[in-house]
Design a protein around this ligand. Structure first.
Ligand code: AMP
Ligand code: MG
Length: 487
């Protein structure tokens, strides 16, 4: 266990120099205070969880203090936003404070979001509000607990600094952890600004630090791109299987590591709705729930374009062709497990699609359906779940098909079935209304609800005593909450 002043820095991205990032100091928040910290994320830095309660912790992550070895940098990148190219973006309100390595030898970027203005702030104020910082914190840690690759969050620091959005709010900072903060948009920036030397330097950096095994391949860059395609296919399969809607899948929000990254107006589905749009500003539904799958491929093609100086177009196309089949395979594998199946049959895809079609028209809770399906034998569970569906004749037909499929899968005891299904079907997910309750309390100075919700979400598959209220469908006010893009 380490104290705060014992972190070891090795700032590899900063060493790439001024073509890649700019030195900027964090702009402190007034009266910084701890809102919530993640013990699990602190463990990644070997930090003693007790240090979260010290005033130095709030000062460090509220922009007042800095380690002597930290080298705060704002990174430059660009990206495709809602399909159109924006030639220059960059860390407009976040800073890469430095890279820390832990006792296991892993490097973690410390990225402070809401740290003030940078040369890339454009029209923005460089700030993040408490509401969005809490949402990013909860989502990062909840996704990780579900087994979905994501950036992590160490803490949220609140303050008395006023920040203007639709109304006056309070500024906050969230400390994000990831092995890298390099985005698809980093590659796009150097490609479109025609800086081949820096483009090559960036590619070498990513290859050496994050995909060293690709060095062994005959075409290392191609192997790396293929790996990025594979990781994205797997990540998006998990989003779809668990009902996660990212909301702003612009290429500047896509991590080169295939992790969920840069949270805005995200949502987990309550009722299943394939057409759900969580981003209030996404009028055309470009990033609707079901569109995430083709958009994943669109984003990878944008990255492929930026990699054309290194990889032949035919090879890039071939690698891109891996995306959909891999996505399908991962998705089907997860959905089979969510249905309690241990074997694979040709027709399983239509079994899954048939269920989702029935859910779509019935307003069925996506999370609780699967959880309850595992509570009892297939026979009893479908009997009990039947009432939630509108088209009973079609549901009955599906249920017969499901029961027959379960019977063919092999016979195990109900105990085994429940344990197997509950291990992949969460009881607790980050519902928008739960986040909203925690945010409302935090905005009035009470952080206990954020902390409790975070704790519950760290063990989403385990039924926790006295936490029934976190496993409920939303009340009327909490359905279809519109989440604004302003954060
Ligand atoms: P996002 O949609 O949050 O991923 O942000 C897109 C771009 O806008 C990134 O370059 C951000 O750094 C920048 N940005 C977002 N909000 C702010 C803000 N309040 N101040 C400065 N830059 C911002
Ligand atoms: Mg972003």
């Amino acid at each position: 266990m380490k104290a705060l002043d014992e972190l070891t820095f090795d700032n590899r991205f900063a060493r790439l120099g001024d073509a890649f990032s700019t030195h900027v100091l964090p702009e402190p928040l007034d009266a910084p205070r701890l809102v919530v910290a993640s013990k699990a994320a602190m463990a990644l830095l070997d930090l003693d969880p007790a240090v979260a309660e010290t005033s130095v912790f709030a000062e460090l992550f509220g922009g007042h203090k800095l380690w002597a070895e930290a080298e705060p940098r704002a990174m430059v990148y660009s990206g495709h936003q809602f399909g159109g190219y924006t030639p220059q973006l960059g860390d407009g309100r976040g800073l890469l404070l430095g890279e820390v390595y832990n006792e296991a030898g892993e490097h973690w970027d410390l990225h402070l979001k809401g740290a003030g203005m940078t040369p890339y702030s454009r029209m923005g104020d460089g700030r993040a509000v408490l509401r969005s910082s809490i949402r990013e914190f909860l989502a990062s840690e909840a996704l990780h607990a579900l087994g979905i690759p994501s950036s992590r969050a160490l803490c949220v620091i609140g303050s008395s600094t006023p920040v203007w959005r639709e109304k006056q709010e309070r500024g906050a900072m969230v400390l994000r952890l990831a092995h890298s903060h390099i985005r698809f948009g980093h590659f796009e920036y150097f490609y479109y600004t025609k800086k081949p030397e820096q483009q090559a330097e960036l590619a070498e950096h990513v290859l050496n630090l994050h995909y060293p095994e690709c060095r062994e391949q005959p075409e290392p860059y191609l192997a790396m791109f293929r790996e990025i395609v594979e990781r994205n296919a797997e990540m998006i399969a998990k989003w779809q299987a668990y009902g996660f809607c990212h909301g702003v899948m612009n290429t500047d929000n896509m991590s080169i590591l295939g992790i969920t990254f840069d949270f805005g107006p995200f949502a987990f589905l309550d009722d299943f709705d394939a057409h759900f749009i969580c981003n209030h500003s996404d009028h055309e539904g470009r990033y609707s729930f079901s569109n995430q799958v083709p958009i994943g491929q669109w984003n990878l093609s944008a990255l492929a374009q930026a990699l054309t100086p290194f990889i032949s177009i035919d090879a890039l196309k071939e690698a891109l062709g891996l995306y959909l089949p891999l996505y399908q395979a991962h998705y089907l594998d997860l959905m089979r497990r969510r249905l309690g199946l241990t074997t694979a049959e040709e027709d399983d895809q239509t079994l899954v699609e048939g269920l989702l079609k029935l859910m779509q028209n019935s307003g069925v809770d996506y999370t609780l359906f699967f959880r309850r399906l595992g509570d009892e034998s297939a026979e009893l569970a479908v009997k009990r779940l039947r009432d939630d569906f509108v088209d009973l004749a079609r549901f009955d037909a599906w249920a017969e098909r499901y029961k027959a499929r379960v019977a063919r899968d092999g016979d195990d005891t109900q105990e085994q079935r429940r344990a197997r299904m509950h291990a992949v079907n969460p009881l607790y997910i980050l519902r928008n209304y739960l986040a909203q309750n925690a945010i409302a309390a935090a905005e009035s100075g009470d952080y206990s609800e954020v902390r409790r919700l975070h704790e519950v979400l760290t063990k989403p598959f385990e039924e926790q005593a006295g936490m029934e209220q976190y496993a409920q469908r939303p009340p009327d006010w909490g359905k279809h909450l519109e989440i604004s893009c302003s954060s």
